[in-house]
Ligand binder design. Structure first.
Ligand code: TRP
Length: 333
């Protein structure tokens, strides 16, 4: 089977370490293992809950593109494109809408959660409620079958598979089943110990953060509130510093030793925090350097997006021709 990878980000802010661990790392690996790879900037999806903030979406298109380029997503291997510039995605969304009920849309746990967070209730924008339908179209317009995402996206992909399945049953086999690729690393907690790193919680470390920003954030990290004096025994579970060291520090033996010492007492927070600052700075500094090249030449990024969008559009047109054929709405050819 020909494997095609597709993934995307909503351009609503710069990307953080949680994005890296949850999805970007997999994208970079998969672009080398798959014949075709697509990266989409989901500006249309971002507008479903930002209709009144077009400048925010606009300005973050280049930011998320630069974050991915800086991490090593390679435009020679991965086609970068902007969702809104592929009208075929919107067209396919319209056909998919007939295959989904309002009740099913309301049951999607990810959407439900987001609606609660935003306090939408019944006043949810229709476009937001049905973004999983449009996300199914994002993927299937490119006949992608491999989608690296964070685990919060699994209910969205499940719904996409239902749509693909129904489409195939009614009109004929056009789409493959979509396989998700999630990270082996558990979801990255925020610096405050909250289970999720997120922009709205203000608890993230960004891929573009300077060393000074990393220092400030790590020094403010949640550790163990009962570990007041250096000699007090400390807790390692739920301690953000150790959680991050487990993920980003390649010297597992030393981390294990530090944990033992911390549990016994006699190891201060500042020692482990200083270590984490170096570990994170070492991890982020090559990303920061590559990002600086694009920041000083944003036209380079625009060119990558434009060339990729043109290529993506050709493929989208082919899929939609096939879709309209099987749907019997191909009157003039
Ligand atoms: N919903 C995804 C997110 O918020 C972004 C996205 C849009 C996406 N379309 C996609 C991800 C298609 C994978 C495939 O992160």
């Amino acid at each position: 089977m020909n494997k095609t990878v597709l993934t995307g980000d909503r351009p609503t802010g710069k990307l953080h370490l949680g994005h890296y661990v949850g999805s970007i790392e997999n994208r970079i690996r998969l672009q080398n293992e798959h014949e075709k790879s697509f990266y989409m900037i989901a500006d249309v999806q971002a507008l479903t809950d930002n209709a009144e903030n077009p400048e925010k979406v606009r300005s973050n298109v280049l930011e998320v593109a630069m974050d991915n380029l800086a991490c090593g997503l390679d435009p020679e291997k991965t086609t970068f494109f902007i969702q809104s510039q592929i009208p075929e995605i919107a067209e396919l969304t319209i056909y998919f809408m007939n295959l989904v009920t309002l009740a099913r849309l309301r049951r999607n746990p990810t959407v439900k959660n987001e609606m609660q967070q935003k306090g939408y209730g019944d006043d949810v924008p229709a476009g937001f409620l049905m973004y999983p339908v449009s996300q199914a179209a994002d993927i299937l317009t490119f006949k992608a079958n491999t989608v690296p995402v964070g685990e919060d996206q699994l209910p969205v992909l499940e719904q996409a598979n239902e749509i693909a399945h129904d489409f195939n049953r009614i009109y004929g086999e056009v789409f493959d089943k979509i396989t998700h690729i999630t990270s082996a690393t558990p979801r990255l907690m925020g610096i405050d110990g909250n289970a999720k790193m997120s922009k709205s919680l203000g608890n993230g470390i960004y891929l573009s953060d300077s060393r000074a920003e990393i220092e400030k954030k790590v020094m403010a990290m949640y550790t163990d509130p009962t570990h007041v004096h250096v000699q007090d025994p400390g807790k390692v579970e739920g301690n953000v510093v150790f959680t991050y060291l487990d993920i980003f520090d390649s010297n597992h033996d030393e981390v294990a030793e530090l944990k033992e010492q911390y549990k016994k007492g006699g190891l201060g927070d500042v020692v482990i925090k200083k270590r984490l600052i170096d570990v994170l700075d070492n991890f982020l500094s090559p990303i920061r350097e590559r990002r600086a090249v694009y920041e000083s030449n944003p036209q380079l990024v625009t060119d990558i997006l434009q060339a990729g969008t043109e290529r993506a559009r050709e493929i989208a047109k082919q899929t939609l021709a096939e879709v309209k054929n099987v749907m019997k709405i191909n009157y003039f050819n």
